[in-house]
Design a protein around this ligand. Structure first.
Ligand SMILES: Cc1cc2nc3c(=O)[nH]c(=O)nc-3n(C[C@H](O)[C@H](O)[C@H](O)COP(=O)(O)OP(=O)(O)OC[C@H]3O[C@@H](n4cnc5c(N)ncnc54)[C@H](O)[C@@H]3O)c2cc1C
Length: 431
């Protein structure tokens, strides 16, 4: 019978692709035949992976996540060894700008520096003079109220080149890619094991299933009672034309936590900006409660009629550029859009075995997953094949889906359920 695989990956974003390639290589699929398949409802990297900014950086409050990111940075640099193809990054490093309120905020950043250094991750406080040198004096700084850090290993990819390379990597590693194939339901065996995956193109069978459907996961798995706490947080992106005579050639990534923006050069001559995730509990709760950012909203967000950049958001970014890069003027708006991050309640990713369904594994990013793709692929492939992952102090417990089923999460699940994640459900639950 056709359509039987060792592993089926649901979702052709960067995490699905990475998981499929790692597994296919470990199964030696190019010699033994196709045994890994990706099911993608639209086109490869047509979900959130079509929106990322291509930034690879490691600094993260979770030291385990930072260690994964550092390992992944190394893998991206040598991606041919892991995916069989070359993708050449730019390596400008990153500058971090944080508030120096001489109290908690500064202490948090200095503690972060210490903890990252303990894990051998290069992230150092630097003086304003060095920041000026690194940006060729392009940046305005405010020494009295800001502190600065340098992450020299941070790097950049061109997202379109990565997408093209992913198609190629799937081909050479003999991964079957089924685009325009939407998972609609599952059939379970007794003892909670997925037997059959139902799609608009007929049934598919697999020993193992990887859920890499990101923000769409709650919707897909609700049919078999697997609740996955992922929702959407809107983010605004904009690109600006700056004179080539002004924008330095090797311009570092700027993680500006005063203006709450990431800046990078884009297509040789533009400045690209997006906001980081909003970490406030109120904003996270809103994302899980409001209909427009629920999973029902995912397809709405990707409707081309919704790709509008509002005047007020655009103007906000124009002011931000004027403030941070006064020498950039005049700059010209060259396109912007609203998209979303897929987020979990604690903004950490969900990685590893499902709590109940025996042959189901999750690989979801929680907002910043492009950079982790190769390492997550390796971790998942090793887990499925029962192989060891050679990372120091390696522990996946922090990212297990089980953390969302602790007794204190009962109230959360009473409010937010399965596919809906909506205010309406909340009203029903409290009625
Ligand atoms: C503006 C912006 C900038 C970002 N910049 C960065 C950055 O610089 N660095 C970084 O590391 N991260 C960045 N990110 C985050 C990164 O883009 C995402 O974390 C990552 O792309 C998520 O990949 P994924 O594979 O988990 O999900 P997705 O790419 O969303 O993939 C999920 C796939 O599942 C498919 N799917 C859904 N339902 C079904 C179904 N029923 N059947 C089959 N398939 C289905 C979807 O079509 C989709 O293609 C950024 C995100 C945004 C929004």
């Amino acid at each position: 019978m056709n359509n039987i695989y060792h592993t089926v990956v649901i979702g052709g974003g960067c995490l699905g692709v990475a998981s499929a390639i790692s597994l296919a290589r470990k199964l030696n699929s190019s010699k033994t035949g196709t045994n890994v398949c990706i099911l993608e409802k639209s086109v490869l990297a047509g979900g959130i992976s079509s929106r990322h900014s291509g930034i690879i950086r490691s600094a993260n409050a979770s030291i385990q996540a930072a260690t994964f990111a550092e390992q992944s940075n190394e893998m991206w640099r040598n991606i041919k060894d892991f995916w069989g193809i070359d993708i050449i990054p730019e390596t400008p490093g990153a500058i971090w700008i944080a508030r120096n309120d001489k109290k908690e905020a500064a202490k948090t950043w200095i503690d972060l520096e210490k903890n990252l250094n303990k894990s051998n991750i290069d992230f150092y406080r630097v003086k304003s003079k060095e920041i000026k040198e690194l940006t060729n004096n392009f940046i305005r700084i405010n020494e009295e109220h800001e502190i600065y850090f340098h992450e020299p290993n941070a790097m950049l990819f061109d997202p379109i080149k990565v997408r093209n390379a992913m198609y190629h990597a799937l081909d050479i590693n003999n991964v079957k890619l089924k685009e325009n194939t939407r998972v609609t339901d599952f059939e379970l065996l007794p003892g909670k094991k997925i037997k059959k995956i139902k799609t608009n193109n007929g049934p598919i069978f697999a020993e193992n299933v990887i859920n890499a459907a990101g923000g769409w996961s709650p919707q897909i798995f609700d049919t078999i009672g697997v609740k996955i706490p992922v929702s959407l947080q809107p983010v605004y992106v904009s690109n600006w034309l700056i004179s080539n005579k002004k924008l330095p050639m090797q311009f570092p990534i700027i993680a500006d936590y005063i203006n709450l923006s990431y800046f990078r050069t884009w297509k040789n001559g533009e400045l690209h900006i997006h906001q980081p995730r909003d970490r406030s509990p109120a904003s996270i709760a809103r994302s899980f409660a409001e209909e427009p950012t629920s999973m029902k909203g995912a397809d709405v967000f990707f409707d081309s009629s919704n790709y509008t950049a509002s005047y007020s958001e655009t103007n906000k970014y124009a002011e931000m550029i004027r403030d941070r890069f006064p020498n950039a003027a005049p700059c010209v708006f060259n396109g912007g859009y609203i998209t979303f991050f897929d987020i979990t309640p604690d903004l950490k990713f969900i990685l590893g075995k499902d709590k109940d369904v025996k042959n189901l594994y999750h690989c979801l990013g929680a907002g910043q997953a492009f950079k982790y793709a190769p390492i997550f692929g390796e971790l998942l492939a090793n887990l499925i094949l029962g192989k060891k992952t050679k990372i120091k102090n390696f522990n996946l417990d922090e990212f297990s889906i089980k953390r969302f089923y602790k007794p204190e999460m009962k109230k959360f699940w009473g409010t937010v359920q399965g596919s809906q994640n909506t205010l309406k459900v909340r009203e029903q639950a409290t009625a």
